[in-house]
Ligand binder design. Structure first.
Ligand code: PXL
Length: 278
C-alpha cells in the first residue's frame, strides 16, 4: 500500500463537520500521513449559523512554511479548500514552491460558493485570487457555481450536457488541467460527477437524495484525495468519493436535527473497503 504525505490547507470550523475536521480523519483513514495547515479558526462554519467567531491565521503561514523548509519537510501532495482571506493565495502558491517536490500533486477545491452564490465571507477579490490558485493546480474539484465564478460562465439552475461541456471548455481555456466537476445532474432524482482529463470527458451518475446536506463538498474532496493517493485514477477516485458521500448522506438521513453536516464517520469502514484496505 502506498503511504503518501499530504498537506491540506483549509480552515478549522470547530463545530460543523467540514474542512479540516473532515479532511484529517478521512485522508488518514485512507492510509496517508495528513499534515494540516489551518487557514483560520471559526467557532462554526458560516452556513446556517450567525455570530460565529473567526480568527484569520494568515500571519502565521509564512513562518510555518519557512520552518518546514528549514527542517526539510516536504509533501507528495497538496490539497487546499476553504481559505481565510485573498492574501492567503500567495502564501499557498509559495508553499507549493518551497515545500513541494518537482512532482508533488496540487489538488484545489475552490470552496467558495454554492447554489449560484458566494459564501458570505467572499467577494470578487477572493474569486480573482482563487482563479490564480485553481488554474495553477493539477486537479480542481469545483461545483457548478464555483466553475461559473472561475470562468464568468453564466450560472443556470437548469442545464443540459451542452451547457456542462461549455462550462468545462471554459475552465480548460482558462488554464484548468484535470477537472472533477461535482453536482452535475440531468434528471430530477440523479446527480453525478464529470471528469475532464487530457481532452476526454466522462460522467458518473449516482443517486440524488431528497435532502441536501452541508459539508458534502469537503467529504467528497477529501475522499477523492484519499483514493487518488492510493493509486486510483481520477475517474475511479471520483466514483469512490461519490459513493462514499452518498453513503455518508444516507447515514444522516434519519436524523432530521443533523442539518449542519453529514455523519461521514459512520461510512469510513465502507470507504476503507472500497479502497481494498480493509
Ligand atoms: O464546506 C465549506 C466550508 C468550509 N469552511 C467554512 C465554511 C464552508 C461553507 O460554508 O463556511 C468556514
Amino acid at each position: 500500500m502506498s503511504y503518501k504525505r499530504v498537506l491540506t490547507i483549509q480552515d478549522i470550523s470547530c463545530f460543523g463537520q467540514c474542512s479540516l475536521t473532515v479532511a484529517l480523519p478521512i485522508i488518514s483513514a485512507c492510509g496517508h500521513e495528513t499534515v494540516i495547515l489551518p487557514s483560520a479558526v471559526l467557532s462554526t462554519h458560516t452556513a446556517g449559523f450567525t455570530g460565529f467567531t473567526v480568527r484569520d491565521l494568515s500571519a502565521d503561514i509564512p513562518a510555518i512554511s519557512a520552518h518546514w523548509e528549514k527542517e526539510g519537510i516536504d509533501f507528495d501532495a497538496f490539497y487546499t479548500g476553504y481559505l481565510g482571506s485573498p492574501e492567503q493565495i500567495d502564501y499557498v502558491l509559495d508553499i507549493f514552491k518551497r515545500n513541494g517536490r518537482e512532482n508533488s500533486v496540487k489538488i484545489v477545491d475552490p470552496a467558495m460558493a454554492d447554489g449560484g452564490k458566494l459564501y458570505p465571507a467572499f467577494d470578487e477579490n477572493y474569486v480573482n485570487e482563487m482563479k490564480r490558485l485553481s488554474f495553477s493546480a493539477d486537479i480542481i474539484l469545483p461545483n457548478i457555481t464555483e466553475a461559473c465564478f472561475l470562468t464568468g460562465y453564466e450560472y443556470r439552475e437548469n442545464y443540459d450536457e451542452e451547457y456542462i461541456k461549455g462550462l468545462i471548455g471554459a475552465l480548460h481555456e482558462n488554464g484548468a488541467k484535470t477537472v472533477v466537476l461535482t453536482g452535475v445532474g440531468y434528471t430530477p432524482d440523479t446527480t453525478g460527477v464529470c471528469v475532464y482529463k487530457d481532452g476526454k470527458l466522462s460522467y458518473y451518475k449516482h443517486e440524488k437524495l431528497a435532502r441536501s446536506c452541508h459539508g458534502t463538498g469537503d467529504v467528497y474532496a477529501s475522499a477523492f484525495v484519499g483514493a487518488y493517493l492510493n493509486g486510483k485514477d481520477e475517474i475511479a477516485a471520483a466514483k469512490i468519493a461519490a459513493d462514499y458521500t452518498v453513503l455518508s448522506m444516507k447515514k444522516t438521513a434519519d436524523d432530521l436535527s443533523h442539518t449542519y453536516g453529514v455523519k461521514f464517520e459512520k461510512a469510513i469502514p465502507d470507504l476503507i473497503k472500497m479502497l481494498d484496505l480493509g
